[in-house]
Design a protein around this ligand. Sequence first.
Ligand code: F6R
Length: 602
Amino acid sequence: MCGIVGVVGKPAREVVLNGLKNLEYRGYDSAGIYLNDLQGNEYLTKAVGRISNLEEKLTPDEEGLVGIGHTRWATHGKPTVDNAHPHVSEDGRFYLVHNGVIENYAELKEKYLQDVDFKSTTDTEVVVQLVDKIAREKNLDAFSAFKEALKLVRGSYAFLLVDNTQPDHIFIAKNKSPMMLGIGDGFNIIASDAISVLDQTKTFIDLQDGDVADVTKDNVVIETIDGEKVERKPHTLDIDPNAASKGTYEFYMLKEIDEQPAVMRRLSQDYFDGDDVKVDPAIVDAMAQSDRIYILAAGTSYHAGLVGKNIIEEYADIPVEVGLASEFGYHFPKLSKKPFFIFLSQSGETADSRVVLKQVNERNLPSLTMTNVEGSTLSREATYTMLLEAGPEIAVASTKAYTAQIAVQAILAKAVGEKKNLEKAKNFDLKNQFALAAEGMQELVDGKEKIDELAKKYLSTTRNAFYLGRGVDYAVALEGALKLKEVSYIETEGFAAAELKHGTIALIEKGTPVITLINDPATADLTRGNIQEVESRGANVMTFVAKDFAREGDDVVLPQIDYYLSPLVTAIPAQLIAYYASKNKGLDVDKPRNLAKSVTVE
Ligand code: F6R
């Protein structure tokens, strides 16, 4: 969601703006920057829309040795200049940027700040005014006033605060929203995502919930809100900064779709020892002992969980329930006697999933997070972690993390099945299947022009579309529909193929695009029947069909792999058709409207 970058100890303007640009993919609707040159000059500039609008407003002399910047994705209050961050206290002393949501902002305003003339309608401004008021009334320095204010604040936050009476400090605080502290040589940098500042440093301190810090150019003091000193060890982030660059691609989404064969090969290398799967035995033991697996996730990750359910039930022989984290968190079902929880999350920061994990931890139950982001909150807070190893995913629409989530669930299913001595698991040649999947994905990405043609022919003017599939194809139909609607704005629904005739077929008319997926041996012929039902009502049917069931005239023939893993290849044309439908309409494929990459609010 929102992005934060702050730096102290070097010319800040470019560093902050570049950092914010690297976070653009997360989605935002306004941006702002505060600069202080430590000579008594300070500049606050904000703009609605893109960072380029902000750059246009900055005059050449606006520079600073301290800077804090922000990209805002509106939650409380419309995307306007007044509502953009940084927010400033009434007397012009304190400047604050914030990611997260202050739950009790109305209460704070009512109780402590009735005499303040607010400039914005945001929850954030309440905090900067509160810090100012406490500093004045209790005659406290900025850090102390900040900590006092935080004791009153309820909600999620990553805050950067500058006090212009001691401008060579940035005061920071973290609770539930991600924030990393980058350690430089003669400067320090703070960001909501390390990727955004990898060109500045690779040494980072992961701040934990409840941490506050006083950051100067060559010193960092971390404390709790109560003022107790905290030790946090820096570590080196081993990420190639180029992995987060677009290279020759026009959009990240296509780059990330194309990277999927490489991700499969990486997973093959890192999760296998020869032909044997290699998973932390503690995870395998814990899961093998459980009588039911609960997979929790949101959006695309939830769809990956639906595929994972099929794989785990087949190869590990444990019943699986898949839940939408946002629902599960407030309506816990009756749990089995020995539950094991799996959280699927590309970002590892999704607030809806965190709500569930918190309760799982309160009940002392075992949990595993499968995430793409090492050190992310869901990873730190779960008992175990398995990394997706997909590399930074920048486009808002998730692609390579989805297939990596399916692959890592398959690795785990095989490891657990083998531990339980199941013949099916032992005979499951997963390494070879991964090789087939990587090859098949490559063949499909190499044939992308064909998908572009389909998008041009059937999706350039349509208002709506449907995806049909049975078995694991139903799970992919849901994901294909989400992908298509979120990036192209074509209203798309995914259906279990036979369900359409129980009502929704009423929406099929001449020219309605219907994408049909066929990989399931048990139902391939029945799905052909469903195709006829919609074709006879005028639908434009596109078929993505596994080689063994393909017929003349099918649009995409999918390389044949194990049925349970077939989503790994079916996903490719589903992602590509969404990409081209969006690109051909001239939309910003990587940053669909209203969406954020990492959804850190409930
Ligand atoms: C859609 C998409 C979202 C995310 C969802 C969960 O393309 O990316 O639906 O899958 O917001 O995010 P993570 O996986 O980070 O928990």
